[in-house]
Write a protein that binds this ligand. Sequence first.
Ligand SMILES: [Zn+2]
Length: 478
Amino acid sequence: MNFSFITGLQKRGKTQLLVLPIWEGPKEAADLGVLKDAIRPALKDFKGTLGEVATCYVENERILLLGLGKQEKATVEALRKAYAGLVAAARLKQVDTMHLLFPQCKQKESFLRGMAEGVLLANYSFTYKGASEKTPPLLKSIYWIDAPKTQILQRMEVIAAGVHFARDLVNMNADDKVPIKLADIARKLHPKVQVVVFDKKRIEAEKMGLLLAVNRASVHEPAFIQATYRGDAQSQEHIVLVGKGVTYDTGGLSLKPTDGMVSMKCDMAGAATVLSAVRTAAELGLKVNVTAVVPATENCIGSNSYKLGDVYRSYSGKTVEITNTDAEGRLILADALSFAARTLKPTCLIDLATLTGACVVALGDEIAGLFSPDDALAQELSDAAEEVDEPICKMPFHVDYKEAMKSEIADLVNSFASRDAGAIKAALFLHEFVGDIPWAHLDIAGPAYPSKPKHYYPVKGTGFGLRLLISFLEGRSA
Ligand SMILES: [Zn+2]
């Protein structure tokens, strides 16, 4: 996307679409400068409610009125959604260049952020459709009229590119991101990011028994990916982000029904987000040291599947009795978390995972669950999420529920007899492999891949969590 600035409505040439933002309430025709007389008839029926649009023509130029709602109630998030809707409408009309008049307001920087982010996040497409069916083109150029000139837009473009990168990884065919291919993608993340990949032989040497168990029925070998960006050589701080990288999840012998499997190329959304976070941190030049750790494997079904009732030894040494092969995410995360805790000297450990359907039942597909025994870290993440309007909800970390993971023959079971509190118990299982390091777990099973596109999420994979991680890293960077 190409952003440019123009001062004054009268100084611009004509374009495919001129957008005039209108606050709800008494219409200040003066806001529209040289156009006020030409627009006045169109304004008669236009209330200016949030997201309302109307089209009119002035001297053969297409003009779109965009309602912004009541000015005193305006929020950055509301503007994000309104401008995302505008992009969808413009793309349907095959528009690739727009002039956007900046609305009269006091909160210029934050409102510009909301508008630009709505535009950038909605300006995304991903399709395998043939050439016969045209997908709406992407916008190429935006001219901001009378907007504040700030560095914000460049930063937003980098972050939006990070969101798009994560979305691409989630949306692409599972066959195109099997562990070895995902590792190849990671190797090319960014010139400032160092990448180490353990292949199957090395994973065996490291005795990551749970990752190996989950991988057994797949024809594709596992990969253990570590991508590091060192933005602050003076600092001992090291933030480690662990992302669940199940590149396809059939459920294994505890096979998923068809409906539950259709979306399962998204089961590496945690991996996509943490890899993109490290790439984006490098591109922004943040003063942080951060590593993405991704245990990558498919969870397939076959004659060599890992088995229910059998016991497997984890990297940490703890043994796990398998009571459900579809609870595989926590297994590969267990090995990744204990490896990170033991060898990477993290000062803080955060994992992102499409982990449980229970979390979706509890919070729906717009809110992620946050689980942590560390109140300070949980608060820091909640603040970072609020800053960018990616909703997360702190869930109870109720350690008494650890009772449920007792096994008669192993240290733990991986899935529990009753279904209640499934998301909490999964988090408690992970905690068994973390030790004393400040740690938080984000269950993104809902918002990573909602059932329908919405607002500034125009295609299923959303890249949820990228903006909040960058907000968190920026906080640490300061
Ligand atoms: Zn599963």
